[in-house]
Design a protein. Structure first.
Ligand code: MN
Length: 468
C-alpha cells in the first residue's frame, strides 16, 4: 500500500476520532482523552490508536473502559465519515510519553497561546484566514459527490450568489456535474457576476431533478432548506445535504451538516477556504490540484464587500482585509465589483426609494426608525422588491438612529421585516422570536398582520432593546 495514503488515513482517523471524542462520545467515563497518533497496518484492517488522558491511574482506567464501550460506534461512524469500504479494527494503546511531558503549566500556557483566555473581540482580531478550517467531513463529502446542486437562500444577496457561483466553478474545475439553482427575478447586478448566465431558476428545478437526479445538495449562506422558499419541496428529496453558512442558528431548526461559522464576516470567506482546500487535490478521489480562477475570486469579493457593507460593518475583521488583499492580488477588478453589486438602482427603483423615504416613521426621540415598502408603492412606481436592496442602509445612516425596522409587504397582511442596529446591540433575538434569524447586527423575519399594528409592536419591542 502506498505509504502516502496510509499517512493520510492515519491523519484522517486521528482527526475524526478526536472530533468524535469532543462532540459525540458522551460516556462520562471518558475523561480529557487526547489521541496522540494513529497507525494503520498494511492492508488497513487494523488501526492502533495511541492515546493518553489528563489525570491519574483512575482516570486512565475509566477512560479506557469508556473507549472500549464506544469502540463499535466509533468504527461505524469512522467508516461512514471517511467513506471506507470496511472499518479498521480499532486497538487502543495507552501512551503517556506525550502526557508526561506536559505539566499543567504547559497546558495553561498552551491555552493562553490559543487565546482561550482572551475576549471574543480580541480573539477575532487575532484570527487569520488559516484559522478558519473547513471540517474534514465536509471536504470529504464534497469530494465524494458527483452530481451536485449548489443552492443559495431565497432572495439571494451577493454573498449567497457569489458563494454559489465560486463554489460551482471550483467543482466544475474538479470535473463534477454541478448546477447552481436559484430563483426568478434576480437583483440588478447579478448579471455581471462570472458564471451567472449558467444559473437555473426554481421554476425549472422540478424537471431538472427528475431528468438527471443529483446526489448531493450544498446550501450556501443558508443552513436550512426552509430558507429556500419555492425550492424547499424539491430540495427536501436530497438525502445528502451540506451547508456552508455564517448565520447564527436560532436553535429552532436543526441545521444541515456542514460548516456554520458565525465568526466569519461572510459565507464567501468560508467558500474561499473550502476552495483553497479542494484546490490542493486528493489522490484518493483522483482529484487533481487546480488553481483558483479570477472568476471565482471575483464572486468571492462580491460577497465579501456586500456582507461587510464595503468594510464598514462591525463584522469587518483584520482577516477580512487579508482576504481582500489576496483577491485583489489575484487580479479582481475591485472597483468594477463595487460598481456592479453595490448602490446600484434602476430608475424605477429610485422612484420607489422616494416613496419609501416618505414612509420614515421615528419613535423614541429619533432613536428608532421604521420604514415601509408597500405593494401599492411598487404598483405606482414600477419598482420591485429586489429594488429595495440597500434602502435600509440609508435608514442606518441617519444620525441619532439606533434601531431600524424595514417592513416589506409580501402579500396581504404578510410583511418581511429587516432589522438593523447601529453599533452595539442584538436584533437577532427579536427576529428569532418571530421565527427568523440572521446576525446580531442584521436580522430578518416574516410577520403576519396589519401594517400599523406591526409597526406599533416593533416600536415597543425595539424600545425595550433601547432600555437595556
Ligand atoms: Mn452572508
Amino acid at each position: 500500500m502506498d505509504p502516502y495514503r496510509s499517512n493520510k488515513l492515519n491523519q484522517s482517523i486521528l482527526e475524526v476520532l478526536s472530533r468524535m471524542l469532543q462532540v459525540s462520545v458522551k460516556d462520562p467515563r471518558v475523561g480529557f482523552v487526547t489521541i496522540n497518533s494513529v497507525e494503520v497496518n498494511r492492508d488497513h484492517s487494523v488501526a492502533q490508536i495511541y492515546w493518553s488522558v489528563l489525570g491519574d491511574e483512575e482516570d486512565r482506567k475509566s477512560s479506557f473502559a469508556g473507549l472500549k464501550k464506544a469502540r463499535g460506534y466509533m468504527m461505524s461512524n469512522l467508516t461512514r465519515t471517511l467513506g471506507l469500504r470496511a472499518a479498521p479494527d480499532l486497538r487502543f494503546i495507552y501512551d503517556d510519553t506525550v502526557a508526561k511531558g506536559l505539566e499543567l503549566d504547559n497546558v495553561l500556557d498552551q491555552l493562553a497561546q490559543n487565546g482561550e483566555f482572551k475576549s471574543e473581540a480580541d480573539r477575532k482580531k487575532g484570527m487569520v484566514l488559516e484559522d478558519l478550517i473547513p471540517p474534514f467531513e465536509l471536504v470529504q463529502g464534497i469530494r465524494r459527490a458527483e452530481k451536485i446542486w449548489v443552492v443559495p437562500h431565497h432572495n439571494p444577496d451577493p454573498d449567497a450568489m457569489g458563494s454559489a457561483l465560486a463554489l460551482s466553478a471550483a467543482l466544475t474545475e474538479m470535473g463534477r456535474d454541478v448546477r447552481v439553482v436559484s430563483y426568478e427575478d434576480p437583483p440588478l447586478g447579478f448579471g455581471d457576476m462570472p458564471g451567472f448566465d449558467g444559473v437555473v431558476t426554481n421554476d425549472q428545478a422540478e424537471e431538472i431533478f427528475r431528468d438527471e437526479e443529483p446526489d448531493t445538495l450544498i446550501l450556501v449562506d443558508c443552513h436550512d432548506i426552509s430558507r429556500c422558499g419555492p425550492l424547499e419541496e424539491v430540495l427536501d428529496r436530497f438525502n445528502t445535504r451540506w451547508c456552508i453558512d455564517h448565520h447564527l442558528v436560532s436553535g429552532r431548526k436543526a441545521p444541515e451538516s456542514g460548516w456554520i461559522e458565525a465568526k466569519s464576516c461572510s459565507t464567501c470567506t468560508l467558500i474561499h477556504r473550502v476552495i483553497d482546500n479542494l484546490a490542493q487535490g486528493d489522490s484518493e478521489f483522483a482529484d487533481e490540484p487546480f488553481n483558483m480562477t479570477v472568476g471565482m475570486a471575483t464572486n468571492i469579493y462580491a460577497g465579501l464587500i456586500n456582507d461587510t457593507g464595503g468594510f464598514r460593518f462591525s463584522n469587518t475583521m483584520p482577516l477580512t482585509f487579508e482576504l481582500a488583499r489576496r483577491l485583489s492580488l489575484m487580479g479582481v477588478d475591485t472597483a468594477a465589483v463595487s460598481r456592479q453589486t453595490m448602490h446600484r438602482y434602476r430608475p424605477e427603483g429610485v422612484a420607489l426609494l422616494q416613496r419609501v423615504l416618505e414612509s420614515f416613521e421615528y419613535h423614541r426621540n429619533g432613536r428608532i426608525l421604521i420604514l415601509r415598502a408597500t405593494q401599492a408603492m411598487l404598483d405606482e412606481t414600477g419598482g420591485s422588491m429586489p429594488d429595495t436592496e440597500g434602502f435600509v442602509n440609508i435608514a442606518t445612516a441617519v444620525d441619532g438612529v439606533k434601531y431600524i425596522a424595514f417592513m416589506k409587504e409580501l402579500g396581504t397582511d404578510v410583511w418581511r421585516v429587516s432589522l438593523r442596529v447601529r453599533g452595539e446591540g442584538d436584533v437577532q433575538i427579536l427576529a428569532a422570536q418571530h421565527g427568523g434569524g440572521g446576525h446580531k447586527q442584521a436580522a430578518g423575519c416574516t410577520i403576519e398582520g396589519v401594517a400599523d399594528d406591526i409597526a406599533a409592536d416593533l416600536a415597543v419591542d425595539l424600545g425595550a432593546l433601547l432600555g437595556r
